[in-house]
Design a protein around this ligand. Structure first.
Ligand code: XLS
Ligand code: NI
Ligand code: NI
Length: 442
């Protein structure tokens, strides 16, 4: 076993809310049963490879800051990739995360040709398979990076040049095969540059048609190789492009419907992407369940005053409680899970800061699960909602929904009767109620 994280000797353990040990869980108790399932089964935590192991802290204004010896290594590219993987699996094991996620380029160095890249990738998939067998860590999802290389500056499936489409297809083919071999629970397609920077040079209809063709090919390939996981699109309204076609859950749902892809693709909802699209996290989850496209979650958070995808660790129990509430109300995860698509702040340069970020986030999600499941069990919100809509089960409501009345009949009825009186929506009372469930978790 590698020893990149020497200051953390033991696996992180649950010590309970009274513990002052910063390297212990205070709420995440993997085996604790909540509403019929263990916390581990409910939450299905995954650590992401890209921010945690493949990023050195560089931003657009400055170079890397983080202490990541496996990145800034003088070793040959494949040897460096193996060191990076050893560090990653040491971390997964010590944290006790059951799953991880990767992009092809996170785990394997790109060569000068696609053939070289494919050879490197094959070596690293063997390596990953061995680490997974040794540690028991599983793959929540794999994905191909179709946005970093200059060939994808104009998109991948939506590139104006079919040569780039073909290259992207080759990359996804390899990565989906590898994900299948590693028993990945899902496969993600984030449309990083599937959108436009300006409409002046964009044929939007052609681009959307080509994206649909690409997705049909992915679906066909999935069936051909017998991959059983879900294929997931990850809605995001913008960044890096000005406009992305998978803007939010509603836009993805309409796209899937229009191109006859419903039932084949589902969504991976990221908290910070929901915020960027102008929606609450809970709204996106509820929309996905309503449309039958819910899949998985990228758990992170933004910042109220910075308007881009900041990928902070989730720290707000209130936001996450409302999200977990919708997940539980919808029936919970099947093959999906909670992937921490999160990165350290640039000044958190120590290696063990990675532990503090993930421990806090796992505790936030565990607290949110407890509060949400108590709220659901007590029917605290559901009862009030049924009361609020009770009229729709009465005579008038069923006449309207059953279409046994019409506009003119409703006018006559309204002319003849007294004007209806509005009742209070009681939003503040409900906000206080949610706060009480959060205060009371134990
Ligand atoms: C970027 C996305 C990305 C996907 C995987 O904003 O969140 O990290 O999750 O390609
Ligand atoms: Ni993101
Ligand atoms: Ni993401």
């Amino acid at each position: 076993m590698s020893s990149f994280f020497t200051t953390v000797a033991e696996p992180i353990r649950y010590e309970g809310p009274d513990s002052d040990n910063p390297l212990a869980f205070r709420w995440y108790d993997a085996e604790r049963v909540v509403a019929g399932k263990t916390m581990a089964e409910h939450l299905r935590f995954a650590v992401c490879y890209w921010h945690s192991f493949a990023w050195d802290g560089a931003d657009i204004f400055g170079r890397g800051t983080l202490d990541r010896p496996w990145i800034n290594s003088d070793a040959a590219p494949l040897d460096a990739a193996k060191q990076k993987m050893a560090a990653a699996f040491e971390f997964f094991e010590k944290l006790g995360a059951p799953f991880y996620c990767f992009h092809d380029v996170d785990i394997s160095p790109e060569g000068d040709t696609f053939a070289e890249t494919a050879d490197n990738f094959a070596v690293m998939i063997d390596e990953a398979e061995a680490h997974m067998a040794r540690t028991g860590t599983e793959l929540l999802w794999g994905t191909a990076n179709l946005f970093s290389h200059p060939r994808y500056m104009g998109g991948a499936a939506t590139n104006p040049d079919p040569e780039m489409f073909a290259y992207a297809a080759a990359q996804v083919c390899q990565c989906l095969d590898a994900t299948n071999r590693l028993n990945g629970a899902n496969y993600v397609l984030w449309g990083g540059r599937e959108g436009y920077d300006t409409m002046l040079h964009t044929d939007m209809k052609r681009e959307r048609d080509n994206l649909a063709t690409f997705l049909h090919m992915v679906v066909e390939h999935k069936k051909k190789i017998g991959f059983e996981g879900m294929l997931l699109l990850e809605p995001k309204p913008m960044e890096p492009t000005k406009h992305q076609y998978d803007y939010d859950v509603a836009a993805v749902h309409a796209f899937l419907q229009h191109y006859d892809l419903l039932g084949e693709l589902f969504v991976n909802i990221e908290v910070n992407h929901a915020t960027l699209s102008g929606h609450d996290f809970a709204h996106e989850i509820a929309s996905a369940f309503d449309a039958g496209v819910f899949g998985s979650i990228d758990a992170n958070s933004g910042d109220d005053r910075l308007g881009w995808d900041l990928d902070r660790f989730p720290m707000s129990t209130e936001v996450m409680t409302l999200g977990m509430y919708e997940i539980l109300r919808g029936g919970g995860f099947t093959s999906g899970g909670l992937n921490f698509d999160t990165k350290m702040r640039r000044q958190s340069i120590a290696r063990d800061d990675l532990f503090h970020g993930h421990i806090g986030a796992m505790d936030t999600m565990a607290k949110s699960l407890l509060a949400a499941s108590a709220m659901l069990e007590d029917g605290a919100l559901t009862n009030l909602i049924s009361e609020r809509y009770a009229g729709w089960d009465g005579e008038l409501g069923t006449q309207i929904t059953g279409r046994s009345t019409d506009l003119a009949a409703l006018r006559d009825r309204t002319l003849a009767g007294a004007d209806p009186a509005p009742v209070s929506g009681r939003q503040e009372l409900l906000e206080n109620l949610v706060a009480r469930y959060i205060e009371r978790i134990a």
